[in-house]
Design a protein around this ligand. Structure first.
Ligand code: NAG
Ligand code: NAG
Ligand code: NAG
Length: 309
């Protein structure tokens, strides 16, 4: 799960978010004026030692996460970062979006081949994806992209493939606040069925109408770029992909790319859930949202909220 302390309570997400946000935990002298003063009563030596220990801990955590993430097809459970690690993570992880590696490409083409002809929705629009849409030649492939220049690339004769330009309004730096908003807001519940009328800040309401009407067999999230705090992030595309998948009443796969980055990881865990992860290669995760989750009132079953760091 995303920002989450293992306090053992499924219903305790709210407070744990507060904790992440709160000062004092990382005991930086800059922010913790009162804390620092109080510390002085307990001996001046304590503070540097504490800072050192906490720093070491977060570095160790980050190393551990990095190591586990590179073997992400194995034990997924132990992947949950602690509050301390997430604090550090928040500042470091918005690296550039990468192209699909050969292995990732292979996994994705395997998934599409298995389903084709199917309804395939792709958030993002790298040239690599054209090869994937040709696998689905007799199906419908829709690309949504926020870069108007890319529309030119599309071949006019390709039947069921179309590219729409869309506009996103959630910069990566708002990820943390949006996650809090989503957790505390009934409008963001998976039970809401009209995404285009939702008041959840994560819901993409202005997509072309066919996006809401078609039953998608596979949704790929590889856009927008989300490669700097001010760039548009993937919070709403991951959330909307999860909502669309749950709305089909059938089994729908959601594939997320660049899951080495914090936002992709957090939001996948939050809205697509560890228990749905069926395969992974490199920075690509494949979640399978089963039909019986269509009526569910929470995104993830409560067991997964108990993840130990
Ligand atoms: C267009 O779709 C039809 C069937 O729907 C198919 O037979 C034909 O090969 C497709 N053409 C292209 C260029 O993909
Ligand atoms: C929302 O989407 C549904 C299709 O799922 C459509 O019937 C309805 O008209 C849309 N509403 C708006 C306000 O666009
Ligand atoms: C969802 O709920 C509706 C009515 O509440 C029911 O008819 C339907 O069978 C349920 N679907 C699933 C997949 O459980």
């Amino acid at each position: 799960m995303p920002p989450q302390v293992s306090n053992g309570g499924a219903s305790q997400i709210g407070p744990s978010v507060q904790l992440c946000n709160g000062s004092g935990l990382r005991s930086s002298p800059k922010h913790g004026g009162t804390a620092t003063r109080r510390m002085k009563y307990h001996g001046k030596k304590l503070l540097p030692v504490l800072v050192l220990i906490l720093s070491c801990l977060s570095i160790l955590r980050l190393l551990k996460i990095a190591m586990i993430a590179s073997h992400s097809s194995s034990s997924f459970q132990s992947n949950a970062p602690s509050t301390v690690a997430l604090e550090a993570d928040r500042r470091v992880k918005t690296s550039t979006a990468s192209a699909l590696t050969p292995k990732e490409f292979m996994l994705l083409s395997k998934i599409i081949t298995r389903k084709a002809p199917c309804n395939l929705l792709v958030f993002g629009h790298h040239s690599q994806y054209f090869d994937l849409s040709s696998i689905n030649a007799r199906g419908i492939t829709v690309f949504l992209d926020d870069d108007p220049r890319k529309k030119i690339e599309i071949k006019a004769d390709s039947n069921g493939t179309r590219v729409y330009n869309v506009e996103y309004r959630t910069p990566a730096k708002e990820a943390y606040d949006l996650l809090k908003h989503a957790r505390g807001n009934p409008a963001c519940s998976p039970a809401v069925n009209l995404i285009n009328q939702s008041s959840c800040k994560l819901a993409l309401r202005n997509l072309p109408e066919e996006i809401y009407k078609l039953k998608w067999d596979l949704v790929v999230v590889d856009g927008p770029t989300g490669d700097s705090p001010d760039a548009q992030g993937r919070m709403s595309t991951i959330n909307t992909a999860g909502m669309l998948a749950r709305g089909t009443g059938e089994t729908t796969d959601v594939v997320v790319h660049d899951v080495d980055r914090t936002i992709e990881k957090w939001f996948s865990w939050e809205f697509l859930c560890q228990q749905n992860l069926v395969s992974a290669k490199g920075k690509l995760w494949d979640f399978r949202i089963a039909a019986d989750q269509s009526n569910s009132t929470s995104f993830c079953s409560s067991e997964t909220l108990h993840v130990m760091p």
